[in-house]
Design a protein around this ligand. Structure first.
Ligand code: ADP
Ligand code: MG
Length: 444
């Protein structure tokens, strides 16, 4: 086995996994593994911690075996734990974080227009403000801050502004950026010593659209750069639109930045009411070319409440099923096909059980392990994370009650786990990402 073939096998595997895995999975796990050299017929891989290594071996074993030659029943791999300073680690994560967002989804974003955004009492104000910003950029609605829970149409509105302006006869310099890719750009330019050029680019913008500003929390260095950029654009009367999952005052950001974001217009998108949900379902069904009787739209809308993305998912699933089975859409077909989605959304309040299941899936361990007493790290860490999340997210239960749900642990065990994780995420970027991702799967 030559060094070159091994190396080629590795790169082919990575290319394959890029396609096979979801972008999130790739970002959060695989992109953290770096080939550093080929030595003694082995690939020497650097990982940020044992956790990533174990996740990799457990979940991708068969792919590894497909692309790499086995030697005496073993994979030709050796892992070394990364010995890097925190800043370098941040760089590595950031570098890999935003490869996907801006480019791969561009096609989908073209459909995000004002016309396709169904209006109702919960989002009317935000939509009007967005239209205001698009028709008279920099005039009355800057900065515009749009906030609301997941799947409520924040990204849709940002892109509607972009798409509107791009088709207008006046030529504007528009930039849409997720907060993560903004940070990524900063990191790259710091590394290439081209920060001034980047700053110049941002200062030359007419419209700056920033998605999911909550990801700027706990990143003081990046926050300062963002704040400077922000101020200089506002000073020039340029248009800024920011989205977030919380209102400005609930963000853990500096008072200076919070005050700046509250300068202009703050618009909330709430849960759509029943009528709006019905209208959204009907519009999505029409776009998919399926005939959705009003009564069935109503039946679905009564069972999915907060998240428009889930309404969309319901229509996609229903349409696929009916096309395949050559069926008309009826209430009983909807009931059978969408049962899982309904079950998911009717879990209205979060329980320790949900957390256990999500953590078990994310960290590839069993729920029974999380409730057991095994102290090996790959079980103890997810257990502590689950305890941390339980205390953070289920505030209405007592510590004792929460701890009992973990196979009868004591409240001091839970508290200890919570403190440990809370301290660790201060400096462990990978852990922070993993927890962030687990929280997303809980979809409050
Ligand atoms: P957020 O950024 O708030 O998490 P998105 O903008 O990604 O949510 O919206 C999720 C999906 O729901 C998108 O496909 C979007 O087109 C759709 N959507 C959200 N709100 C509406 C609406 N009012 N009318 C039509 N589609 C909507
Ligand atoms: Mg979004």
């Amino acid at each position: 086995m030559t060094t070159q073939t091994l190396q080629e096998g590795w790169f082919e595997l990575i290319e394959f996994l890029k396609v096979k895995c979801s972008p999130t999975e790739f970002q959060n796990w695989l992109s953290l593994i770096q080939l550093i050299e080929v030595r003694d017929q082995k690939l020497i891989l650097e990982v940020p911690n044992v956790f990533v290594q174990e996740y990799f071996l457990e979940n991708y074993k068969s792919d590894l075996m497909t692309f790499l030659p086995m030697y005496k029943g073993k994979l030709p791999l050796e892992f070394v734990i990364m010995d890097r300073s925190r800043d370098q680690l941040i760089e590595l994560v950031e570098e890999n974080v935003s490869i996907v967002d801006d480019t791969t989804d561009n096609f989908r974003y073209l459909g995000y227009t004002f016309e396709k955004f169904i209006e109702g009492p919960s989002n009317q104000f935000a939509k009007s403000a967005a239209i205001g910003a698009a028709t008279r950029p920099g005039a009355n609605y800057t900065p515009l801050f749009i906030h609301g829970g997941v799947g409520r149409g924040k990204t849709h509105l940002l892109w509607a502004i972009k798409n509107y302006l791009q088709s207008s006869p006046s030529k504007y310099n528009i930039h849409y950026s997720t907060t993560e890719s903004f940070i990524n750009d900063l990191v790259t330019s710091l590394r290439n010593k081209s920060l001034d050029k980047l700053k110049q680019y941002y200062r030359g913008l007419d419209i700056f659209l920033v998605d999911d500003i909550q990801f700027l929390q706990n990143r003081p260095n990046f926050e300062e750069e963002f704040c400077n950029m922000f101020e200089s654009l506002i000073h020039e009367k340029k248009q800024i639109v920011i989205t977030s999952d919380k209102p400005p005052s609930a963000l853990q950001l500096s008072e200076r930045l919070i005050a700046r974001m509250e300068w202009g217009l703050v618009a909330h998108i709430g849960s759509p009411d029943l009528e709006t949900r019905v209208a959204i379902l009907q519009a999505k069904a029409e776009q998919r070319g399926i005939k959705l009787p009003h009564s069935v739209a109503f039946f679905i809308a009564e069972r999915i409440f907060h998240n428009v993305r889930q309404l969309e998912g319901a229509i996609n699933r229903l349409s696929a099923y009916c096309h395949l089975m050559h069926l008309e859409v009826t209430q009983s077909v909807a009931e059978t096909t969408l049962q899982e989605i309904f079950q998911y959304t009717t879990k209205r309040s979060l329980t320790v059980d949900h957390i256990l299941k999500s953590v078990a899936t994310m960290f590839n361990v069993k729920v029974s392990d999380l409730c057991g007493n095994n102290r090996t790290r790959n079980i103890a860490l997810p257990r502590q994370i689950a305890m941390y999340l339980a205390k953070e997210l289920i505030s209405e239960s007592s510590l004792m009650k929460l701890a009992t749900a973990f196979g009868g642990k004591t409240h001091s065990t839970l508290l200890h786990a919570w403190k440990k994780i809370r301290n660790e995420i201060e400096h462990n970027v990978v852990l922070r990402k993993q927890i962030q991702l687990t929280k997303q799967t809980l979809d409050k």
